[in-house]
Design a protein around this ligand. Structure first.
Ligand SMILES: [Zn+2]
Length: 373
């Protein structure tokens, strides 16, 4: 059964236009958009329609961290103190609480207009090696009715050459082969209409360049998107240079041999070797709504873009809301002056049409697929 709606205004790619009808099939997919002129349309008065937003980077469980990771004296907090709070939350998680927290985060996204989430998922275990915390993410997404790209994380080390310690053991993936076995285990559990997989070697802290190369190669063979945290912290860069003689970005670019991947964060990218112009399929995503310790320091990637030119061939193509921060895109437009311009800018980018700001299929490369709903 087809549903036909017509709002006062609809974003058509370059502007809002009146008189646009949207016809949707019984499966929720849009069949036609335009001045269809069909009779019987449901009128949506005083409403303007936009495409559903894509949240390209989420750690839904961190909804349970909201506010808790930033309760320290001014100047005393850092990414590493925030991470301790996050690890305490990780330690407390079980299947039920993960599903509940994730559903809460996904529900807030959905209510804010986000219809697809890229869930960068690395908390795999309730007990050592059981992978009991994978399926609750899919269940939570289904509970809420949000489309999900489960970005399944590979996490082998706590830092280059260092074992996983304490709560980090909940992130552990076995060998490369064992990792793909888990991916294969999850594949038949997906709702093919609303759920897909990608992979996420967590970061240069958690995966060596050799491992990243192997994972990326297999992901390309399977047609899966690849996301990585890149240069999130100064210490990470120092450790990478000490271990591999290169910054994380340089090491990863060498590992993927010019292949496509999405670089997340890039908060300390300044000073790192620039991506070669030939790296045409490299993306970056950042999240302006994250807790303070994980935000940009010394200027956002957007600011770098404006002042120095973003060296990668493509810039952020999505909104992301990792961590315990709010999920309302609109709410970010009411943030304090220091961040409001950044938020507006990002929101504007987000709302811009794919065909003007990004190449065809651009958003879908970042978060898997884009959907209208
Ligand atoms: Zn992240």
């Amino acid at each position: 059964m087809t549903l036909l709606i017509e709002a006062d205004l609809t974003w058509t790619g370059t502007r809002f236009e009146p008189g646009v009808q949207i016809a949707m099939g019984g499966d929720g997919r849009i069949e036609a958009v335009g001045p269809l002129g069909r009779a019987g349309a449901e009128r949506l008065n005083r409403i303007a329609l936009l495409p559903g937003f894509v949240d390209t980077h989420s750690h839904a469980f961190q909804r349970g961290l909201r506010g808790r990771g930033e309760r320290f004296p001014a100047g005393a907090g850092s990414f590493w103190t925030w991470r301790e709070a996050m690890y305490a939350l990780v330690h407390s998680l079980d299947r039920a609480s993960l599903r509940q927290l994730s559903a809460k985060a996904f529900g807030e996204m959905r209510d804010a207009g986000i219809t697809t989430v890229g869930e960068f998922h690395y908390v795999h275990h309730e007990r050592d090696g059981d992978f009991a915390l994978d399926e609750p993410l899919l269940q939570a997404a289904a509970d809420v009715g949000i489309r999900i790209v489960l970005l399944y994380s590979y996490y082998a080390t706590g830092a280059p050459g260092q074992p996983l310690l304490g709560p980090q053991r909940r992130f552990a993936t076995p060998s490369i082969d064992g990792f793909w076995q888990q991916v294969d285990r999850l594949t038949p559990l997906l709702d093919p209409a609303t759920q897909t997989l990608g992979i996420a070697p967590h970061s240069i802290r958690a995966a060596s360049p050799d491992q990243i190369a192997l994972l990326h190669g297999e992901a390309v063979r399977r047609g899966l998107p690849v996301h990585l945290h890149v240069e999130e912290q100064r210490r990470e860069i120092d450790e990478s240079i000490a271990a591999y003689g290169r910054t994380p970005m340089a090491a990863i670019l060498d590992a993927v041999q010019g292949g496509a991947f999405t670089a997340v964060h890039c908060t300390r990218r300044v000073g790192s070797p620039a991506c070669a112009p030939s790296r045409r399929a490299t993306w970056a995503t950042a999240y302006p709504g994250s807790p303070a310790p994980t935000r940009w320091e010394g200027g956002s990637p957007w600011a770098q873009t404006a002042t120095t030119g973003w060296p990668c061939s493509r810039r952020c193509a999505g909104w992301s809301t990792a961590s315990g921060s709010g999920t309302s895109c609109a709410a970010r437009c009411r943030t304090p002056p220091a961040t409001s311009r950044r938020s507006y800018s990002t929101l504007r980018r987000k709302a811009e049409p794919r065909r003007s700001a990004y190449p065809p299929g651009g958003l879908s490369q970042v978060a898997g697929r884009i959907w209208w709903r």
